[in-house]
Ligand binder design. Structure first.
Ligand SMILES: Cc1ncc(COP(=O)(O)O)c(C=O)c1O
Length: 386
């Protein structure tokens, strides 16, 4: 039999490391050493753990492989990864960004990068704005997309964006946090760079903060990110790298369950009289359903809903719900629920939130891998209080 490319669930379990040569340990050791002995000055495999570390190296190989990229870099948070990527562009440049992105991404762009690096950001809805390439300027360096987006679950057509850019100098950056590489592989559809908050599905257990950048084949950008990762030093600890290696082994099975649970729950919510609107790309009624079906292998575990009530009623629903924990973040095995306007997207000005549709009755659910009947009951009971 010839060598066949391994499929996802085999790759996540077997890539990046083999049994330890010295001990036969099946799982890789956590290398805590901050420094490494050199045979002669400058003659070493590892030098100093900020620059490289054997545990981080395993994680980075694994990340590159599951995103089908060539180079991956792990960071201490998703925001550290975003910061490093924008630092790679020097000064005075322009980014065109999806209008619906994580609040922290908008915050660093509008309040930090535009001040410190004089970057200009134009936000747009790539689905509505057919003429978006008209926004490209001489100094446009990045098209920044988040798909599915946070919190409104809009889907951006990655292949179409690629086909509409004529300059090689403009890079497509895709924040793949919501989909995870199990559900979507942006680098195979024209994106140049994938970004993750690995705090979410990659970590999957709400017990670490991490970030990642995966690059397809831009060697110049790869060298810059490698340089900055070491120079700035926002790296994950060896223990967090180990946790990620361990978690990624179950990414496929977790995502299948997140996908199927969220599908069932979104169908249930769609028919509920106390709910005005459900956004879940898996629903046939969702405006982006066809697009999501064409570029994703699964629709993910995040649902956003608009309740048929005001802020007071929404808070009552959130305060009383069982099983779902009222907390920021997403992508863990346990179901979480949150209020974007007061929590994750509070850093966005109210007028922009209103324009986007992040209303006081919008609620975001991160559907975990519990039994879906229990999740449905919990939602039903709390909705009945309205
Ligand atoms: C889509 C997305 N990108 C980036 C981030 C930032 O990641 P982190 O919280 O790990 O810094 C988040 C955090 O919620 C996110 O949801």
């Amino acid at each position: 039999m010839g060598q066949k490319k391994r499929l996802f669930n085999t790759t996540v379990i077997h890539s990046g490391h083999k049994e330890d040569k010295e001990t036969g340990a099946v799982m890789p050791p956590i290398h805590l050493s901050s420094t490494f002995k050199q045979k002669s000055p400058g003659d070493f495999k590892y030098e100093y753990a900020r620059t490289n570390n054997p545990t981080r190296e395993i994680l980075e190989k694994l990340l590159a492989e599951i995103e089908e990229g060539n180079h991956a870099f792990a960071f201490s948070s998703g925001m550290a990864a975003i910061n490093c990527l924008t630092d790679s562009l020097d000064k005075d440049f322009h980014i065109i960004c999806s209008d619906d992105v994580y609040g922290g991404t908008r915050r660093i762009f509008d309040k930090v990068k535009s001040v410190n690096q004089n970057i200009e950001i134009t936000y747009t809805d790539f689905n509505k704005e057919n003429n978006w390439p008209g926004l490209i300027k001489n100094n446009t360096k990045m098209i920044w997309i988040e798909t599915p987006s946070n919190p409104l679950l809009k889907i951006v057509d990655i292949k179409k964006i690629k086909s509409e850019i004529s300059s090689e100098n403009i890079k497509i950056v895709c924040d793949n946090t919501f989909a995870s590489p199990y559900n979507q592989k942006p680098l195979t559809m024209g994106a140049d760079v994938v970004l993750h908050s690995s705090t979410k599905y990659l970590g999957g257990h709400s017990d670490l903060i991490g970030g990642a950048i995966v690059i397809k084949d831009d060697l110049q950008l790869t060298e810059k990110i490698k340089y900055l990762q070491n120079a700035v030093g926002s790296i994950p600890s060896p223990f967090d790298c180990y946790l990620l290696i361990r978690s990624i082994k179950t990414l496929g099975v977790r995502m299948e369950r997140h996908n199927s649970n969220a599908m069932l729950i979104s169908e249930f919510l769609q028919n509920h009289p106390k709910i005005k609107k459900v956004r879940y790309p898996g629903l046939k009624s969702d405006p982006n359903h066809e697009l999501a079906t064409s570029q994703m292998n699964g629709y993910g575990g995040i649902i956003s809903i608009e309740l048929d009530t005001d802020l007071k009623g929404t808070l009552k629903f959130l305060e009383n719900i069982e099983i779902f924990t009222l907390a920021e973040s997403l992508g863990g095995v346990e179901s979480l629920i949150e209020h974007p306007a007061i929590m994750t997207h509070a850093s966005i000005n109210k007028n922009i939130r209103d324009e986007l549709g992040i209303s006081d009755s919008l609620v975001r659910l991160s559907i975990g891998i519990e039994d879906p009947e229990d999740l449905k009951n919990a939602l039903e009971n709390s909705l009945n209080l309205l």
